[in-house]
Design a protein. Structure first.
Ligand SMILES: Cc1ncc(C[n+]2csc(CCOP(=O)(O)OP(=O)(O)O)c2C)c(N)n1
Length: 563
């Protein structure tokens, strides 16, 4: 079939089953946008900033488990998108980003809106392509989707010169492909799995360390079965919240800088650490030399380059986690003696009992943790929760009752303020039946506030709960703890009227300074059926605890802080 480049893109998106794309037009993608105008296969959501388009595609991908798609123009359109691309890259989220480029003949001439897009995207994508001729476009599109979703997922960027979007060529879209240079290992080595099973059988203080890979490989069920079978307790990274249901007796909580005492002590005292799709991020490990220093390490990951990168693995297993866990289960299902772990388990229960997660809810001021708990009570585990970055993100991670995959959406690796709201919009498009709540801060929400227009124009209803402390709270906390309370440029007392702002954009706005007002505002927001901003005045000086100071060992936590 003969098509022009833009038609090929549209047909490829159709063939890949894409239902929603997010984007922002410009000169270099005019031909493509003309084709988007004519087609009826999928919906295009016009965001108001390219960064938001990519975050929305990312939120869509995380909520649906499918590849998210964003389209941006050349030059500033592309550079605006970079933060979104890097955010997805660090968290291994499958995206295809299509950018326009100046006409092939103009590349390298400093043409209007020219930028070396593939040069910029190389370090923050799983792979990228500059399309050099129309003949290679169909295969590149196919490969982009394949690379984005297979193995360790990630964003793939395709930069397409404007003339190629108008040129005509042959379009035979392959239904399947294999690539010589890229073949992810899916099945873990049976010998290694056998050895790992033996190590689990022999250990007396084992702990599972679940990372984002549990979610990405859709391995929640398999992880739960293995935990149930073995009675081995589990800690979750920020990205793995929901692996076990909140309240599960095998769950020790979140591990790392703001992890629970029990989780951090479990890792510190374990004799075997079973890392599941986790990458040993420094926010998790604390001081590396002290991290799990008594433990042998089993590391299961689909990405071979992540194994041994930060921490040597005694039992490396390269493969898809879901499959590897199934194989491990088969190895262990005969006679695993759970009782062997009873001393270990009671020691850990004791840790959980002496330092439970908690906060002081005495005074009149609204505590942010209380807000998170109330939303959790109202919506439970069926809601989709997104966050921005800061204290509110950690409180949401600590106090929301998670249960299962694809419902907890946060920028873990890059820590991108401005992520939460557009990601929530993308998530709502992917899961229209779910209530979507974005926990955000008064700093973060202003970073992509323009997307209120996108929400209103497209009737996408999400609830932004602004935990408003009039500070860049997380940075203020560090200044308080580690810089002698020198509050340098983190006071956000000067702020807009968030209620009026919401209304100006056609959204719902309400303010809450007392607990009853919050519950009322929250219910009214849901009833409004619109995107909402709830401006919640919280205790200004609340800190996120426990906290492991940077470079400290996990077992040295600040549990309580009094100035
Ligand atoms: C784009 C970006 N800029 C700067 C930072 C550094 N940073 C991390 S947390 C934070 C404060 C966030 O403040 P706010 O959104 O009000 O949330 P709070 O911590 O008060 O809950 C800042 C500035 C970041 N993570 N992302």
């Amino acid at each position: 079939m003969e098509l022009n480049g833009s038609q090929m893109i549209v047909e490829a998106l159709r063939a890949e089953g894409v239902k929603t794309v997010f984007g922002y037009p410009g000169g270099a993608v005019l031909n493509l946008y003309d084709e988007l105008y004519k087609q009826k296969y999928f919906e295009h959501i016009l965001t108001r900033h390219e960064q938001a388009a990519v975050h929305a595609a990312d939120g869509y991908a995380r909520a649906s488990g499918k590849v998210g798609v964003a389209i941006v123009t050349s030059g500033p359109g592309f550079t605006n998108a970079v933060t979104g691309i890097a955010t997805a890259h660090t968290d291994s989220i499958p995206l295809v980003i299509i950018s326009g480029q100046v006409a092939a003949a103009l590349i390298g001439t400093d043409a209007f809106q020219e930028i070396d897009a593939v040069g910029i995207s190389r370090p923050c994508t799983k792979h990228n392509f500059l399309v050099k001729s129309i003949s290679e476009l169909p295969l590149i599109l196919k490969e982009a989707f394949y690379i984005a979703r297979s193995g360790r997922p990630g964003p793939v960027h395709i930069d397409i010169p404007k003339d190629i979007t108008a040129e005509i060529g042959q379009f035979n879209y392959p239904s399947e492909i294999t690539m010589k240079t890229y073949k992810p290992t899916i099945k873990g080595n049976p010998r290694q799995i056998q050895k790992a099973a033996q190590a689990i059988r022999e250990s007396s203080q084992p702990v599972f360390y679940a990372g984002g890979g549990v979610m990405l490989s859709n391995a929640v069920k398999e992880t739960r079965s293995l935990v149930e079978l073995t009675g081995v307790p589990l800690v979750e990274t920020l990205m793995a919240r929901g692996t076990l249901a909140a309240g599960d007796p095998n769950l020790l909580g979140m591990v790392g800088m703001h992890g629970s005492y029990a989780a951090n002590m479990a890792v510190s005292e374990a004799d075997l650490l079973i890392a599941l799709g986790a990458r040993f991020d420094d926010r998790v490990t604390g001081r590396l030399g002290e991290f799990a220093k008594h433990a042998k390490i089993i590391h299961i990951d689909v990405d071979p380059s992540s194994i041994g990168k930060i921490v040597e693995a005694d039992y490396p297993i390269v493969g898809d986690l879901k499959i590897a866990l199934g194989d491990l289960y088969a190895q262990l299902s005969e006679k695993f003696d759970k009782n062997r772990l009873s001393d270990w388990r009671s020691r850990l229960s004791n840790y959980a009992a002496i330092y439970p997660l908690g906060y002081d809810d005495e005074g009149d001021a609204i505590k942010p943790q209380w807000v998170v708990e109330e939303v959790g009570k109202a919506l439970g585990s069926k809601a989709v929760i997104t966050t921005d970055v800061g204290q509110h993100q950690m409180w949401a991670a600590q106090y929301y009752p998670f249960d299962g995959a694809n419902r907890w959406i946060t920028s873990g690796g890059l820590g991108t303020m401005g992520y939460g709201f557009p990601a929530a919009l993308g998530a709502k498009k992917a899961r229209p039946e779910a209530t979507v709540v974005n926990f955000t801060g008064d700093g973060s929400i202003l970073m992509n506030i323009q997307e209120l227009t996108t929400a209103s124009a497209n009737n996408i209803a999400v609830i932004n709960v602004v935990l408003n402390n009039n500070y860049l709270g997380m940075v203020r906390q560090w200044q308080t703890f580690f810089y002698d309370n020198r509050i340098s440029h983190t006071d956000l007392s000067a702020q807009p009227d968030f209620v009026k702002l919401a209304e100006a954009f056609g959204a719902f706005g309400a303010r809450a300074a007392k607990k009853e007002e919050f519950l009322e505002a929250f219910n009214a927001a849901i009833a409004s059926g619109k995107t909402a901003i709830l401006d919640v005045a919280i205790d200004r000086d609340e800190n996120v605890l426990p906290m492991v100071p940077t470079g400290g060992a996990l077992y040295n936590m600040i549990l309580d802080y009094k100035e």
